[in-house]
Design a protein around this ligand. Sequence first.
Ligand code: FES
Ligand code: FES
Length: 180
Amino acid sequence: MIKLKVNGVNRQFDGDPEMPLLWYLRDDLDLKGAKFGCGMGLCGACTVHLNGKTVRACSTPVSAAANAAITTVEGLSSDGTHPVQVAWQELDVPQCGYCQAGQIMSACALLAKNPKPTDADIDTAMNGNLCRCGTYLRVRAAIHKAAELTASNTTKPATKPVAKTSRAGANLLPRNSGKK
Ligand code: FES
Ligand code: FES
């Protein structure tokens, strides 16, 4: 049996320990924010946090999360008020939305260790998160915006997960806005 914490909730996993963490999150826990893209750790669509650091859930076995804390995009806030979520919404970052949960989780990890990143810092940190819709410039702008929001509201933690299993990231799921 594997014990882990997902979005602040204690969990026990009794299945194959080599099963990809992404399967467990999406199929067992119904947390559909992290997406399956390449399945090879190359696109970043499945990015979640393991003890605060980004991992590709498609190529991370559940066993690697034993006694660890996992945060998915649903765990960032219960109401979409995490600074990164707010910035993403204010700047209309998503296009099809498929890559966006992964983008957001990588952005959160970056801001947690570098509260005021430069363009170069952002480009380096986000290099592994691909977007077939080409939202890269808006992603970069939104990370700067999130840094400003976080700096102006020090009471809100950057990455502390909410202790619930709701699909709070639903407001950041795909939208067909047609915007670039
Ligand atoms: S689906 Fe995991 S990195 Fe592409
Ligand atoms: S793949 Fe990134 S918004 Fe469509």
